[in-house]
Design a protein around this ligand. Sequence first.
Ligand SMILES: [Zn+2]
Length: 463
Amino acid sequence: MPELAEVQTVVDTLKGLIKDKCIRDIDIYYPRIIEGDIESFKKRLIGQHFRRFLRRGKYLLFEMDDVTLVSHLRMEGKYFFEKGDAPNARHTHVVFYFTDGTKLAYNDTRKFGRMELIAKRENYDDFKNLGPEPFSDHFNVDYIYHYLADEKKAIKTVLLDQHFVAGIGNIYADEILFAIKVNPLMPAMFLDIKTIEKLIEETRRILNAAIKAGGTTIRSYTSSLGVTGRFQLSLRAHQKEGDPCPDCETLIVKTKVGGRGTYYCPHCQILPHRIALTGMMGSGKSTVLAYLEEKYAFKTFSADREVRRLYKEDKEVQKHILTAYPELAKDEMIDLTKLAALIFHDAKAKKAIESLIFPRVLESYKAFSIHEAITIAEIPLLYEAQMDKYFDHVLVLSSKQKVALERLKKRGLKTKDVKERTNSQMPIKEKIKRADWHITNDGTLAELYAKIDMWIDKDVRKK
Ligand SMILES: [Zn+2]
């Protein structure tokens, strides 16, 4: 199936061959290639000149004097430019004869290609509801980030969706994902901003290289403007099953994504297993996180740690907060004790600060987890912040109320404050019901560790 680069090559080549030629007559041997009435198709085109040559997604657009001729090659469509009296090849379905004695023949063994006439227009941005062109300014970080924000579909499926971006097909989707080291099955919503920037860059680089290669290849073909199987020499992952990965030498594997043959390197393009750790205050979440990091060398993420980092180091966050609440300033930094008091007592301020902080924590988490095999993230307000959709599995930790209170007292927290905070959260029973795993922590540290070891062995390693 021709993709953007191949179609661009055909458009560029035809421009060099038939620009400003005038249609004298048209033969149509297979009417179903033409959308709409064929007599009117002929009538509107005869006497018209080929003026502008454009591409939108995988569509060829020929602007004539008064109308635009749209052509989609689908699987096997090809154009032949020849002398007018040359015999037609087999599977020739439409022939345009020019006034200068030459002709353009459309050939299609599978007969899936289509042609239609549409009105000329200023631009073709909204043509067929296609998404932006990969080379246009509309294909930018902002657009992609918002498009993907809640998208649970595999990133490869989204790349192939012509509403998201126009012109990317199966071959280049594999090549782009290989270049940015993202697993084709990864839910699209996990792409962080840096990875999206790379996606834009690599998409353009790969398509440009393909267009260039197409341009050089097509010159060696005399008059046939067929488009299949041309640029595969420079492919790094697509159709390379069993070959060593050019970056790490792990063998490339083949799978299916949305029914399409998909090739990737299982080492460079890891599919992360994301586990969230949440639960009651004082149930030992941080202890568990430290243990997993130390004993199992898991990569861990802590939402609290990240929030503190944002308050202390992120200039934008500081500026936002200190502009809205100048009373929190201390030596041009945020006084965290005062901030905690504000959040605790002022519901409106709490909401405003959360809407500033939550998306940033999420972004940090995406960037942290995108290339890791297993990650554990401690997210105290996992369900409250509706972040559970970003995890494959959830472990909830709980303790008896009395035991948790004792631990928190030792940390210097007041019983009244703990109760107030606990009451503002989702009840632990509800969290346990929603989670995949539940571990209680009412005994010694050794007992807790033993439970964690068993959980790793039984549940995590199996997944
Ligand atoms: Zn590799």
